[in-house]
Write a protein that binds this ligand. Sequence first.
Ligand SMILES: [Zn+2]
Length: 119
Amino acid sequence: MIKKVGVEAKGKCIVCTKDKHGIEVVDDAVIQFIRRFKQKFRVATGNRLVVCGECVPEQEKRRKRFEQSLITNGGLGAVIAIVLGFLGGLNGIVLGVAFLLFLLCFSLLVYWPAIVKKK
Ligand SMILES: [Zn+2]
């Protein structure tokens, strides 16, 4: 069951790491950061990142795990930030925001990019 859900291109599949025809990966802030980092150390491969047809279910699963983590950590962090702000005023807000960013960093550990959806 291969769904045609996005913009197709030839490149390297980020799930099975094979050179395949697949759906393009969204060039988001994290991907751009990694690319810039690689260029700096001259290890950029210049590959277009895609997800091949067989790997779409796995892609969706990993992306969902990341989004779920963002919602959980973001929500938890926001609640703590509000409580700290309520209890501690300006200092509490600063501490709360720092804590929120700290929690969001944990979400980056399970970061997974999205794929380009057809418009
Ligand atoms: Zn694949």
